[in-house]
Structures are given as structure tokens and as C-alpha cells.
Design a protein around this ligand. Structure first.
Ligand SMILES: C[S@@+](CC[C@H](N)C(=O)[O-])C[C@H]1O[C@@H](n2cnc3c(N)ncnc32)[C@H](O)[C@@H]1O
Length: 331
């Protein structure tokens, strides 16, 4: 029997959010299948229950809940006749609707509440378990536990406005984390950011329990990364060097955000030259099946003859800046 999950995606980029989850679950051997795609809401099935440690990694999914009941009947009251008691152990709970109108919400919440033992306390502010219902083609009831929260809100604590060392070039924590999750990195070999700047990607990697290595041409940036990581209680192997130092290092994946505009330092090289040189170096050092996840403003600059294009996502930042997140894999 396959498990089914309802994912409520953040509105920033639902395609990126969907694939962040699918790729991470695939790499962690949950054999995911996309069952339904309703834009901000998707239903995914997996071959086994997803561990909290993996759910906690997601940055673009607001909430992930496990579907415990599904009915095709049109009448909600009738469909609930088929539902036995909802067992949530001794946990406190709240009942919430995903989408839909309020009146239906109240009636349905009462009916669902009758399926929960009277020994369970309701707690609308901070429940241990949230019982969700969602009506589309099917009427679904799903469960989300507090311990199985995603990082959608949590990673905002890593936003530049909360870091001691600030630079406007830093990537948004949600994008940084999604990039790491798309990179198929494992827990034994490090994920490497060869253009680490103030450490946005390294912070997300370390927060997910991964080993991280950062390289940057500028001493100041290495100091900034070190200070920011320390602020959150993390460590990384940090090297002040040109990115080509990667040739001497072992890693499981490369995730980076190379310089893209006049605000970034390149050490005198043009952005196009730098991109050509780094793509060439990465292709040579990557092993079969390893991934490079790279954020660029001009996707044309990413020449990848020896790397297979897996995904390309566009992230609109403002009128004159769209970031492309490109996922490449060594053949
Ligand atoms: C867009 S920033 C990276 C921002 C980073 N993701 C963050 O969270 O702060 C690009 C970084 O690449 C560094 N850089 C430029 N040329 C480099 C090179 N040849 N080798 C390594 N780092 C380089 C710059 O110093 C800059 O910190």
C-alpha cells in the first residue's frame, strides 16, 4: 500500500516547490509519484512513510500532511459515515480546511471533530496534530504533526536581515534550501558552494545536517560566511581561493550562485568568461550522476555539453532581475 500526502505549496514558485519535494523524495528512495496537481496543492504518493527529518528539509512547501481518509462521495456527511475514529494518540488537535468556503468549513469541522476521542484536547493556537480536510475530486482528510513541519517559515530566520554579516548579494534562504534539496547530496560527502559569499547556501545545508564546504575569492566573504554560520551554531570547511580549488576536494554535489551583476566581485574577469571557466572546471571534476545546481541571471551562459539538463526554473525577483535555477547532472 502506498502512502499519500497532500502538499500545500508556497505561492512563490509552485513548479520549483513541487520538484523540490519530488526530487528529494526520489533521491531518498521514497519512490514518489505525482497523483494530482492543483497548482498550489499537490497530492504525492510514496512507497513508505516519509521521515520527519526529510519533511523538515522542505523550503517551498508550507505544510505536508498524510492523507488518512479519502472518499469519492459527493455528500461529505455520507462520506464521513465510512470513517472510523481518528487516532492521534494523546495529542492535542485543531481541525482546519485547506481552501474552500467558511460555512462548509464549520459544519464539516464539527462532523470530523466527532470522530476524534473526547480525551483529546483541542488547541487552536499550537496543536500537536492538525486534522485537515480538502475537497476536490475526492474528499480527503489528512494529518500533520508539529514534529513534521516543513522549513517554509523556519528558514526565514536565516534571512539576511537576521544575519550578523550582511550583503545584498545573498540568495533568499528558501531558494538556497530548495537548490540544496534538488542537488542529490548525501549525508556523508559534503555539498560544496564554490562561490559561497556570505554563506546563504551553506547555512541551509548545515541546517539540514549536511556537511558543507565553501570557497570564495574574497577573504571578507569567508569571514562573513564563518560569522553567519557561527551565529546559527553551524560549522563549515571554508577556503579563500578561486573556485578551481574544487579540483582538490571531495563532494557529493555542487550548489552555487556565481556573481551575476555589477554588485558582485569577479576578480577582474568578465561574467561570461567566469561562467565559461567554472562550467568547464565543474564538468571535469564531477563524477557520474553527481549534480550541479546553479542560479544564474542569464541562462544562456550555462553551456553544459557534458552535463544533462534535469530542470530549469525561473524565479522572478523584480522587473529587471529573474534568476534561473538550473539543475544539471553528469552523464
Ligand atoms: C552572488 S555572490 C554569492 C552569494 C552567496 N550565495 C551568499 O549567500 O551570500 C558570488 C560570490 O562569488 C565570489 N567570487 C567571484 N569570483 C570568484 C572566483 N573566481 N572564485 C570564487 N569565488 C568567486 C564573490 O566574491 C561573491 O562572494
Amino acid at each position: 500500500m502506498r502512502e499519500k500526502y497532500l502538499l500545500e505549496l508556497g505561492g512563490e514558485n509552485t513548479t520549483l516547490g513541487k520538484y523540490e519535494a519530488l526530487e528529494l523524495f526520489k533521491f531518498r528512495k521514497y519512490h514518489p509519484k505525482l497523483e494530482n496537481d492543483y497548482g498550489k496543492i499537490v497530492v504525492i504518493s510514496t512507497s513508505k512513510e516519509i521521515e520527519n527529518k526529510i519533511i523538515n528539509r522542505l523550503s517551498m512547501t508550507k505544510r505536508l500532511s498524510k492523507i488518512i481518509f479519502s472518499s469519492r462521495k459527493d455528500n461529505i456527511k455520507k462520506s464521513l459515515d465510512d470513517l472510523q475514529e481518528i487516532d492521534i494518540g494523546e495529542k492535542s488537535f485543531a481541525i482546519r480546511q485547506v481552501g474552500g468556503n467558511k460555512l462548509e468549513n464549520e459544519k464539516t469541522s464539527i462532523l470530523i471533530g466527532e470522530k476524534v476521542s473526547i480525551n483529546n484536547q483541542t488547541d487552536l493556537k499550537d496543536p500537536d496534530a492538525t486534522i485537515l480536510f480538502y475537497k476536490n475530486k475526492n474528499f480527503n482528510i489528512s494529518l500533520a504533526y508539529k514534529s513534521g513541519h516543513t522549513a517554509y517559515k523556519k528558514c526565514l530566520k536565516h534571512h539576511i536581515s537576521y544575519r550578523p554579516y550582511f550583503s545584498p548579494i545573498s540568495i533568499h534562504p528558501r531558494i538556497a534550501r530548495a537548490m540544496v534539496n534538488l542537488s542529490n547530496c548525501n549525508y556523508t560527502e559534503p555539498v560544496i558552494d564554490p562561490f559561497c559569499g556570505t554563506g546563504g547556501i551553506l547555512i541551509e545545508g548545515a541546517d539540514m545536517g549536511l556537511n558543507v564546504i565553501g570557497i570564495d575569492l574574497k577573504e571578507k566573504m569567508i569571514e562573513f560566511s564563518k560569522g553567519n554560520l557561527k551565529h546559527y551554531g553551524f560549522e563549515a570547511n571554508l577556503l579563500k581561493s578561486d573556485f578551481k580549488e574544487i579540483k582538490n576536494l571531495e563532494f557529493s554535489s555542487i550548489v552555487c550562485d556565481p556573481p551575476y551583476g555589477i554588485a558582485s566581485t569577479t576578480g577582474g574577469e568578465s561574467i561570461s568568461q567566469l561562467m565559461e571557466r567554472c562550467l568547464d572546471t565543474f564538468q571535469k571534476v564531477m563524477k557520474r550522476k553527481q549534480r550541479l545546481v546553479i542560479a544564474v541571471s542569464n541562462a544562456e551562459m550555462v553551456k553544459h555539453q557534458n552535463l544533462k539538463l534535469i530542470h530549469k526554473f525561473e524565479w522572478y525577483i523584480h522587473k529587471s532581475l529573474t534568476r534561473n535555477i538550473i539543475v544539471l547532472e553528469k552523464n
